[in-house]
Design a protein around this ligand. Structure first.
Ligand SMILES: [Zn+2]
Ligand SMILES: [Zn+2]
Length: 260
């Protein structure tokens, strides 16, 4: 079976290892194609988890050279770009000249803080309001037409807080927008390693993405080589049981669908 993993972080952002060190574990995990997706966060102070933009060219050159020199597995060049509503034009101008295979758009920030900074972010706040604000932001990211894949579309679940409102309409609205704007989503297996202890998005709503015919890929969001391709058999089984039969692959920002 052809498997891809397009969401991996190396030392260019907050991963533990060099891109080269991911190759052998990816092959051992049975992957046919991988891609690096370093954090790029414009409009915020540089933090230790995002790539310094001065490294964008060295990063792309490194991955392209690695790709050209590696015959045993396909290697793609991507980014995981933080989305900020109102900054669409600037993000588009920044990304336009970059020779990328795909761009993952992610919402980490709600206001000045990221929703994965720690459970204290949620204390004293309305969980319903946070979920609604997060989904609103992801929806605007989808509608921006900036991205090929939306990263962990319900990251707001990371610490296991659950809203009291019915989430089904929010997932439905998001899935419809993804289809309309031709954006894929990912089953992100890294949620299993976080307090949530399950994948993103919530498996109870996967059928909605299938109903709306949204393209999907399975990604690990690995920050260390041992996590590349982690839990993928389970993720593909989950997708099969939701009715999925094919997944999205990317090259030079063009998507193709292949069966699994
Ligand atoms: Zn992320
Ligand atoms: Zn990531």
């Amino acid at each position: 079976m052809y498997k891809t993993d397009y969401h991996m972080h190396s030392v260019y952002s907050d991963g533990r290892s060099s891109p080269e060190e991911y190759i052998a574990p990816a092959i051992a995990a049975g992957l046919s194609e991988i891609g690096f997706s370093e954090h790029l966060t414009l409009f915020k102070d540089l933090e230790d988890w995002n790539m310094n933009p001065v490294n964008i060219s060295p990063y792309i050159n490194n991955i392209q050279t690695l790709s050209n020199n590696t015959k045993t597995i396909k290697i793609r060049t991507g980014l995981e770009v933080d989305f900020f509503a109102g900054k669409e034009k600037e993000i588009r101008e920044y990304l336009r000249p970059l020779p990328l295979d795909y761009i993952i758009g992610s919402v980490h920030y709600l206001g000045e803080k990221t929703v994965d900074v720690g459970p204290e972010f949620y204390e004293g706040k309305s969980i319903d309001s946070l979920f609604e604000a997060y989904f609103d932001s992801v929806l605007i990211a989808v509608e921006s037409d900036l991205f090929d894949i939306i990263g962990h579309c319900d990251l707001i679940r990371i610490y296991g807080y659950t809203p009291s409102c019915d989430m089904e309409p929010l997932y439905r609205r998001l899935a419809r927008a993804m289809k309309q704007h031709n954006v894929a989503f990912e089953v992100n297996t890294n949620g299993r390693n976080r307090p949530l202890a399950d994948f993103y998005p919530d498996r109870r709503y996967l059928h909605i993405f299938r109903d709306e015919n949204v393209p999907v890929c399975v990604n690990s969001d690995a920050h260390m080589p041992s996590r590349v391709g982690q839990y993928f058999d389970e993720a593909y089984d989950l997708l099969r049981s939701a009715g999925y039969k094919e997944m999205a692959v990317f090259e030079k920002r063009t998507r193709k669908m292949i069966p699994f």
